[in-house]
Design a protein around this ligand. Structure first.
Ligand SMILES: [Zn+2]
Length: 497
C-alpha cells in the first residue's frame, strides 16, 4: 500500500510540474495583454454620417514604398454645391529640398543624416464614381489635388477612388524611414477642409502643423513584412501572418509607425487600452506609465476619452514628437534612461492633444495657439496634480513666465499663422510659451478656473471644429464677462519690437 501511495504522489507531482511548465510557456511571467474595450456609445454616435475611408496599404521595405488603395465615401455636408473635391497628398512635399518641411537649416542634419532623400506620390488611378477623373494639382509642390465631380449638390454622395504608390524618403520625420523605424504619418490621401466657400490649400510648412481635417471613419488593411509591428490610430489585429486589419471611428487622421524592433507594454485604464512601443521593454514600460497617468489626469479634468485605444511609440522624428488621433510618436532619443523627465513632459503634452486637436479640432495653421497653448497648459496641470505646487511653479517659470521675457523677432504673436515663423525656437517661445501664459492669466480671470471651462469646451465641440471665435464666445459666455481684451493682449499684441 505504501509503495502504491508513493507512485500516485509521484505521478501527481509530475502532472503538476507539466501543467506549470505549459502555463509558463503560454503566458510567460507577465500579465496577459488586455483585450480592446468595445466601442463606446459616444463614439458610435459620433461616427454616424461621417465620410468613410476604406484603405489598403502595403509596405515594401526593400523598395521603400507604400502602395495605397483608397476609396472615400464622400457625403457633401458643406451646404454648397461642389464642382470639385480637394485631397491632400502631403508626401509630395518631400520631393525637393525647397518644399520639404524637413530640409530647413534647423532640421536638415538631424532629419537627413545620410543627405537629402526624395519622397513623392506616384498617382496611378483617380476615379470619381467609377470613371477616370481629370485631376490636377493646384500647387507647385503637388500636395493639393483637385478632382472635378461635375455638380455635387448639398446632401449628395459619391465615391472617390485613388490608387498610388508613395516613395518614402530616408528621413527622420513624419513621413519617411530611418534605420528600422518607418514613420507613415500623413501618407493617406486625405480630404481637405471646405470652409467659407473654398477648399483649404495650406502649404506643408516646416514649422507648426498644417494638418487640418474633419473627423472620418477609417477601415484599414495593412500588409507588412513578416515580424513588423504597426502602431496605428486604427486599432489593428493580425488576421493572418503580416496582414493587419481594423476599423477606427471618428478619427481626424491616421497616424502609423512600423518597426520590426518594437517591444510593447499595455494597460487597461477605464474604457481605453493604452499601449506603448519602444526599442526596449524598460522604455516601453516607462512610456506606458506616463501615458496612463496623463490620460487618467486629463479624463478627470476634461472629460472621458471616448476611444478604445491610445498608443505612444518611439520613432525617428527630428523635431521631437507628433500627435495623431489615438496615438503619438516621440523621437527615440527621449527614450534613453537619462531622459525620463523629458519623456514624461513630452508624453503629457502629446496626450493632451487627444483632447485639444483630436477631439476638438481647430485651425492649427492660422490659430496655432488653440491646440498648442491648451496642451502646454494641460501639461502644467498634469505636473501640478502629480508632483505638487513647487514642481508646477518651477515648470511654469520655464514654460510660461520666461517666454514672456525672452527677446524674439518682432511682429510674431501666438495667433500669427504658422507660415510666418522661420525658427522652431521662436515658434515654441511664442505659440507654446506665451500661449500658456495667456491660459494661466485666463485661469485667474475665469470664475472657477480654466479646467472647468475646458471641460465644457470639450463637451461642446467634441468631434467638430472650434474656431477662435467659438473659443472666445464660449469663454465669454462661461465666464459671464468679456475675456476678449485679455485674449487680444496675449494673442495679437506685438511685443519686443
Ligand atoms: Zn503640441
Amino acid at each position: 500500500m505504501k509503495k502504491k501511495h508513493c507512485i500516485i504522489a509521484l505521478v501527481c507531482l509530475l502532472c503538476l510540474g507539466i501543467c506549470a511548465f505549459v502555463l509558463l510557456r503560454v503566458f510567460g511571467n507577465t500579465p496577459e495583454e488586455p483585450t480592446l474595450p468595445p466601442i463606446s456609445p459616444v463614439l458610435e454616435q459620433a461616427s454616424q454620417g461621417l465620410n468613410g475611408y476604406t484603405v489598403t496599404l502595403k509596405l515594401d521595405a526593400d523598395a521603400h514604398t507604400l502602395s495605397v488603395t483608397e476609396e472615400i465615401a464622400y457625403h457633401n455636408t458643406t451646404g454648397d454645391s461642389l464642382s470639385s473635391l480637394v485631397v491632400r497628398l502631403w508626401p509630395n512635399a518631400f520631393a525637393a529640398e525647397d518644399t520639404s518641411p524637413a530640409a530647413t537649416d534647423e532640421l536638415f542634419s538631424a532629419a537627413y543624416p545620410n543627405g537629402f532623400s526624395s519622397g513623392f506620390v506616384l498617382l496611378h488611378d483617380v476615379k470619381w464614381n467609377g470613371k477616370a477623373a481629370a485631376y490636377r494639382y493646384l500647387d507647385d509642390a503637388k500636395t493639393v489635388l483637385e478632382i472635378p465631380v461635375d455638380t455635387l449638390a448639398p446632401g449628395e454622395e459619391g465615391k472617390l477612388y485613388i490608387r498610388c504608390v508613395v516613395q518614402l524618403p530616408n528621413c527622420a520625420y513624419r513621413t519617411g524611414y530611418a534605420g528600422d523605424a518607418w514613420m507613415l504619418g500623413n501618407v493617406l490621401p486625405i480630404l481637405s477642409v471646405y470652409e467659407n466657400g473654398a477648399w483649404r490649400q495650406d502649404p506643408y510648412t516646416p514649422i507648426g502643423e498644417p494638418f487640418y481635417a474633419e473627423c472620418a471613419n477609417f477601415s484599414l488593411t495593412l500588409h507588412l513584412p513578416e515580424g513588423y509591428v504597426p502602431v496605428c490610430s486604427v486599432p489593428l489585429a493580425e488576421t493572418e501572418s503580416g496582414v493587419w486589419q481594423g476599423k477606427g471611428l471618428a478619427l481626424r487622421d491616421v497616424g502609423l509607425c512600423v518597426s520590426p524592433g518594437y517591444k510593447k507594454a499595455t494597460f487597461l485604464a477605464g474604457n481605453t487600452k493604452i499601449a506603448a512601443y519602444a526599442r526596449d521593454k524598460k522604455g516601453a514600460e516607462a512610456a506606458l506609465s506616463f501615458a496612463v497617468n496623463a490620460l487618467e489626469t486629463y479624463e478627470s479634468l476634461y472629460g472621458e476619452y471616448p476611444y478604445p485605444l491610445f498608443s505612444v511609440c518611439s520613432a525617428a522624428f527630428a523635431p521631437g514628437a507628433m500627435e495623431y488621433s489615438c496615438m503619438a510618436m516621440v523621437d527615440e532619443a527621449y527614450f534613453a534612461e537619462n531622459q525620463r523627465d523629458t519623456l514624461e513632459l513630452i508624453i503629457a503634452h502629446e496626450t493632451a492633444h487627444q483632447w485639444f486637436y483630436s477631439l476638438v479640432g481647430s485651425d492649427s495653421v492660422n490659430q496655432p495657439w488653440q491646440d498648442e497653448a491648451l496642451c502646454e497648459y494641460a501639461a502644467l496641470r498634469y505636473v501640478e496634480k502629480r508632483y505638487g505646487q513647487s514642481a508646477f511653479n518651477t515648470l511654469r517659470y520655464y514654460r510660461a513666465d520666461a517666454p514672456m521675457m525672452e527677446r524674439v523677432p518682432g511682429g510674431l504673436t501666438p495667433a500669427t499663422p504658422i507660415d510666418s515663423f522661420s525658427s522652431l525656437m521662436d515658434y515654441r517661445t511664442i505659440v507654446y510659451g506665451r500661449g500658456a501664459s495667456m491660459m494661466l492669466a485666463l485661469d485667474m480671470f475665469v470664475p472657477g478656473g480654466m479646467d472647468a471651462f475646458l471641460k465644457a469646451y470639450v463637451q461642446e465641440y467634441s468631434f467638430g471644429i472650434a474656431g477662435r471665435e467659438s473659443f472666445e464666445n464660449s469663454l465669454n459666455a462661461y465666464a459671464g464677462k468679456d475675456a476678449s481684451p485679455l485674449l487680444l493682449d496675449y494673442l495679437d499684441t506685438k511685443i519686443n519690437e
